[in-house]
Write a protein that binds this ligand. Sequence first.
Ligand code: FAD
Ligand code: SF4
Ligand code: SF4
Length: 528
Amino acid sequence: MTFVISQGCCRDASCVAVCPVQCIRPRPGDPEFETAEQLYIDPAVCIDCGACVEECPVDAIHPDHDLPAELSGYLDVNAAHFASGADYDRIPVRHVRPRLPEAAEELRVAVIGTGPAACYAATELATNRGTHVTVLDRQPAPFGLVRSGVAPDHPRTKLIADRFASVLSRSNVDCYFNVHVGTDVTVAELLEHHHAVIVATGAQDDRRLGIEGEDLPGSHGAKDFVAWYNGHPDHSGDVVDLSGERAVVIGTGNVALDVARILMRDPETLARTDIAEPALQALRDSNIREVVIVGRRGPESIACSAGELEELAKLPGVELTVTCPPEDLEHLDPGDRRFRVLTEAAREPSGGKRIDLRFRSVPEALNGTDRVESITLAGQGELAASLVVRAIGFSSQPLAGLPFNADKGILPNERGRVLEPETGEPVAGVYCTGWVKRGPTGVIGSNKVCAEESVAGLLEDFVSGRLVKPLHTREEFAALMAGRVPGAVGFDGWRRIDETERERGAESGRPRLKIVTKQEMLTVASGR
Ligand SMILES: Cc1cc2nc3c(=O)[nH]c(=O)nc-3n(C[C@H](O)[C@H](O)[C@H](O)COP(=O)(O)OP(=O)(O)OC[C@H]3O[C@@H](n4cnc5c(N)ncnc54)[C@H](O)[C@@H]3O)c2cc1C
Ligand code: SF4
Ligand code: SF4
């Protein structure tokens, strides 16, 4: 017997520390850890102790005899990773959290955001004796893209929110949700009440194509589109027209594939997920029969993970086709699971619902009078489409009072210490982590190592006396916030939203029925 890591692994490496024989690879420090799609278990070394199962926040680890049928291929996927005979050392690695000296004054840190990066940073800080963490988010509901980005038909991935909730509920963590830093409170004010601030605001904007017609109704950025089907309150009123027969998704990364899959998946399957009710109704009424995923380059440059592509190929009732010059498929690496899917996909449609991966296609313009009617692809002419979703990447927004690198779309930083661009010196007390630190790449677990690095720098600066003692107390901060944002939601308020959503969902066999307007969220949070 062996254990198997399956689709959904978010690469946070929680399992690595508990494995007595270190057969879960690559682990942090192994050369391929940064680029690996997931972690794998070496069946020849695993001693079946089961310790890793409990550690996994997204239930991605299964004993081989209990592997769900749809994940059975992962037995080979795990074994194949070790087929090359890579010579891994088996010396256990343990993440030792930096400790504050006994006599140190209480360290107070404000973390802006509650996405994975913020939650990992809060974990790293709050589990350290002698710290107090203030967590702020502009939304009434926490967890960033775990709630508003991860696809509703990937429920196991969302389980990580339970682990994050256990940190935010700690007695040395204060939560202020529905608070926009920059508008309701400034970074300077946070610094007056804390030794340090960690910015973990993610990448909130969709990258633009810069082509004509991009702003026509019917053209959506993927972030907005995904936020719509995930019930993000800023998008609960969005109107998404699915009355046409063809949608075009631009980009070949995982987000593009998520969008295509949600558009084509049977709505009754989605009705068992936490998809937002308005989106579910729209998808039930949808006329879309074909989604064309457009990539600029050839199939060798496809940006998605193998797991996502395999899932697309297995979507019930939907055919996956590939459109590209035949010679493009001849030289693909047969050892790469993605290329196996591409070469096995049909070249000619059979007439049913389909998703077409169309390579070497460069969008030139979106056309239409009042709304999108077609897309022009360079050298290929017009393709009729009533919906176009641009999934070509994201960029962060500047935060008032802090430097910003507009070219890279991130805060200028060195290992998480925010830098003054003119001098290259650290901005006293200001750190960053997650997508706003390194750009919009990596999965949920990638933010763990990233946050650990930023917090390590912060603790080092605190211990060496480089952080300024706050001018005001915790109580004074609470009073400031009570005056500024009477509708701020604390952790108890979020708990009320969470319980209400779960109760409403249980009535219809769903994990939760999301509350999609800010007003209702605030009412439920207030307990009135
Ligand atoms: C559509 C989509 C699907 C994805 N699916 C997966 C998946 O299935 N599995 C996986 O492992 N990874 C997935 N990822 C990647 C993963 O979500 C990211 O790695 C991760 O969310 C980045 O974390 P973050 O904390 O930097 O940003 P975010 O998760 O975006 O969190 C940023 C937080 O900051 C808050 N904020 C922003 N500005 C302010 C402000 N001024 N004041 C207060 N709060 C503010 C936001 O409200 C938000 O809560 C997906 C990404 C996207 C875009
Ligand atoms: S079952 Fe035990 S030995 Fe096998 S991978 Fe998990 S922790 Fe390691
Ligand atoms: S999600 Fe984390 S704990 Fe689970 S298998 Fe992947 S790396 Fe291990």
